[in-house]
Design a binder for this molecule. Structure first.
Ligand code: SF4
Ligand code: SF4
Length: 379
């Protein structure tokens, strides 16, 4: 992972997804002056190449004028650092004007869709599917790359086959995450996906992926397999994200990650004060993140997956305990289930096992049916 700065132009969102944990209705929008301050702050902060991801809330609420000014400012201002952009949006507010600006910077779009219309709208609200698809069409017309992320909830995991087929039939890459307990409403656990159920879902999706290996890409499974092979996590959840990911809230506040934005107790500084790493590292939030790293080193030390799991996501770990480090990511159970499965299968494939006709070393490229090694060789 390169250095990642998440820009949160607003915490507002026009959507009303049932399990959402972050959106606020009337929320201020980041000013261009804050973008100028981000540029100044970054000049002396780190030399690494940087990826800016616009996230929210709903980042398109900032409007075309914001992006028209912000993008060149960030791209030019961060030089000689290599700069890349990305955005995570529900696409409702996508317009030709915004799409044109994004196309200039070849900004890949991540959006959210929980499966076929009925299922999606049941979870995300009536009309969501249509509004997102309208934005998707505009983005496509301008040649933008769009990938969807699906949230599997306690409800939608029962429709795992329909969801997988929906992505398969549309020729879309499948990326997903489990619903966490919501911080809104009075039934926080209602939509959350039980970790063991999530583990079973991961194994199911691994099998479905292998059955359809030439027709679909399942990003999470690719990342998990790559982690096992390379001994290093391929996404933020499975590396020590602290210090390599930072998020800037609408008012310029600096947080450890977009998931903390809006929670005053996690502010580490503000771009307007131009803080260096040394200053940020004195904040409680920075210390908490690094304490989590130490906690993982100690508490996961006997786990064979520690190198490419790293205790999962610190945010997931500390939110159930009100910000205290008392355990690792509650999805540890699911991670162990899928990582054990991948490791066992790959050992069978490489050293000969009942599921393979051929020993990997005899004929590595042609096992009797696609297995984990086939995912590794997949382009
Ligand atoms: S806190 Fe969690 S979501 Fe945020 S960067 Fe770290 S691992 Fe990723
Ligand atoms: S699978 Fe669980 S015990 Fe192992 S490293 Fe990950 S969080 Fe720690």
């Amino acid at each position: 992972m390169s250095f990642h700065v998440m820009l949160i132009p607003t915490l507002g969102c026009p959507g009303e997804c049932n399990y959402c944990w972050s959106s606020e209705e009337k929320s201020p929008v980041m000013s261009i002056d804050t973008i100028k301050e981000v540029v100044e702050w970054l000049k002396n902060f780190k030399d690494d190449s940087v990826t800016f991801t616009f996230h929210g809330g709903e980042p398109l609420l900032a409007g075309a004028d914001f992006y028209r000014e912000a993008l060149p400012m960030l791209a030019e201002g961060a030089k000689p650092k290599k700069v890349a952009f990305a955005i995570q949006t529900n696409l409702w507010k996508m317009t030709d004007e915004i799409a044109k600006i994004f196309a200039e910077y070849e900004i890949p779009i991540g959006s959210s869709l929980d499966g076929p219309k009925e299922l999606n709208d049941f979870q995300r609200g009536e009309g969501y599917f249509e509004k997102t698809m309208r934005g998707y069409e505009i983005a496509k017309e301008h040649g933008l790359s769009v990938r969807f992320i699906t949230t599997f909830t306690s409800h939608s995991e029962k429709f795992r086959e329909e969801i997988f087929n929906f992505y398969l039939e549309n020729g879309w890459t499948l990326k997903f995450h489990p619903a966490l307990p919501s911080l809104r409403g009075n039934e926080p656990e209602k939509w959350a996906l039980d970790p063991e159920e999530y583990g079973r879902l991961l194994i199911y999706l691994l099998d479905k992926y292998l059955e359809n290996i030439d027709s679909i890409e399942v990003m999470n499974i690719d990342h998990l397999c790559k982690g096992v092979f390379s001994g290093r996590g391929a996404v933020c959840t499975f590396v020590d994200c602290m210090g390599d990911v930072l998020a800037i809230g609408p008012d310029g506040g600096i947080y450890p990650c977009y998931r903390f934005v809006g929670m005053p107790e996690y502010v580490m500084g503000n771009v307007r004060d131009n803080p260096g790493i040394e200053e940020l590292s004195k904040s409680d939030a920075w210390k908490l993140m690094f304490d989590y790293k130490d906690y993982v080193d100690e508490n996961c030390k006997d786990c064979s997956h520690i190198k490419y799991c790293r205790g999962g996501c610190p945010y997931n770990a500390i939110t159930p305990t009100g910000g205290e480090i008392k355990d690792v990511d509650p999805h540890c159970i699911s991670y162990k289930m899928i990582l054990d499965e991948i490791t066992e299968r790959v050992n069978n494939e490489m050293f000969g096992g009942p599921s393979m006709e051929m020993d990997f070393f005899q004929n590595p490229m042609k096992p009797s049916k696609p297995g984990i090694m086939a995912l590794m060789f997949k382009k």
